[in-house]
Design a binder for this molecule. Structure first.
Ligand SMILES: [Zn+2]
Length: 321
């Protein structure tokens, strides 16, 4: 091969179809990123402490992307899409985020356009809320692209990410999965959404803090489960309330979507097996009086989400695919 041939071939190589994907989990503490190859395998990983505010978040993401590209040995031209999983209110069509309190971004901000320009990847940036990104991540990590999957995340709030045959199901107005705002008690406490007795008021970190009462230290669910097991009445009440509300959530998801697999994740689920067992007990109690519910075989659909830190980033890499 002579020099002339090489020179002629190089532009063709750089015009090759971009085939890698970058996925970013943009959290209030850390930004985690991965690069996946066309088969979905992770070929690079990086993370950085989050700097907040619009400028801080963009700078952190850019630094993570630079580190990822360097590790994978590719340029941004080889990247077909960049996906972001972001906490807060997300309009995935417009690429706009707002009320991302943990990121210090309150007003609507077109992060897709800003980041596309900054990274040299205009039109290739896709944004989703972090629960939806995590749901896609579970689907990817467990090879469930041909299944229907619901991921119930109970952290500060309560929401579900719904994936049908590998694709997110957002619904007509993007509200599918906002299950924390199903009211189960019209006489219950007032929710920030204006209704009373929403599921989120019984199965979230915020709910646990409310049940502990004002002045209590931030709730540590593992401690509460341990105290309940050794007979503390308040802790027992909290565990039973959380488990019952999550069991209701599972029944709602099953009766509206009928997914093959249901995963529990988020801060409350970090308790692990004791939480899953408490939820399965609550489901079993409902099934005892209802052959109809029993026939749905809900307990065998329910698991804890895999304990993998890069699940949301991995799911974000699927956005726009
Ligand atoms: Zn509500």
């Amino acid at each position: 091969m002579n020099d002339l041939t090489l020179a002629a071939e190089q532009p063709a190589a750089s015009l090759a179809c971009p085939s890698f994907a970058i996925g970013l989990d943009v959290g209030g503490t850390k930004v985690r990123g991965v690069i996946t190859d066309p088969s979905g395998a992770i070929v690079a990983g990086a993370r950085q402490r989050t700097r907040t505010g619009v400028d801080g978040v963009l700078a952190t993401i850019e630094a993570v992307v630079d580190a990822l590209l360097a590790e994978a040995g590719i340029g941004i031209d080889a990247v077909a899409r960049v996906g972001l999983g972001v906490p807060g209110v997300v309009d995935p069509t417009a690429g706009v985020i707002s009320h991302a309190v943990n990121l210090g971004i309150e007003d609507p901000f077109d992060i897709a356009a800003a980041l596309g320009d900054r990274l040299g990847a205009p039109g290739r940036v896709h944004v989703e809320n972090d629960v939806n990104a995590a749901a896609l991540g579970v689907t990817e990590a467990l090879g469930l692209r041909s299944s229907s999957v619901a991921v119930i995340s109970s952290g500060t709030g309560l929401a579900a990410g719904l994936v049908v045959e590998g694709r997110l199901w957002r619904g007509h107005r993007g509200v599918a999965g906002e299950i924390g705002h199903i009211s189960i008690d019209p006489a219950g406490p007032v929710c920030k959404c204006g209704q009373r007795g929403c599921l989120e008021l019984y199965a979230s970190g915020t709910a646990v803090a409310r049940m502990l009462g004002p002045g209590a230290p931030p709730p540590r669910m593992k401690h509460i489960f341990a105290a309940a097991a050794s007979g503390d009445a308040t802790s027992r009440m909290i565990v039973d309330t959380v488990a019952e509300a999550l069991a209701v959530t599972i029944r709602v998801v099953t009766l509206s979507m009928d997914p093959e697999r249901i995963f529990l994740m988020g801060g409350l689920a970090s308790v692990g097996t004791p939480l899953r067992d408490a939820v399965l007990d609550a489901l079993a109690k409902a099934e005892r009086d209802s052959p109809f519910l029993l026939a749905l075989r809900m307990p065998e659909r329910v698991s804890l989400a895999p304990d993998v830190a890069d699940l949301p980033a991995r799911g974000a890499a699927r956005l726009g695919a």
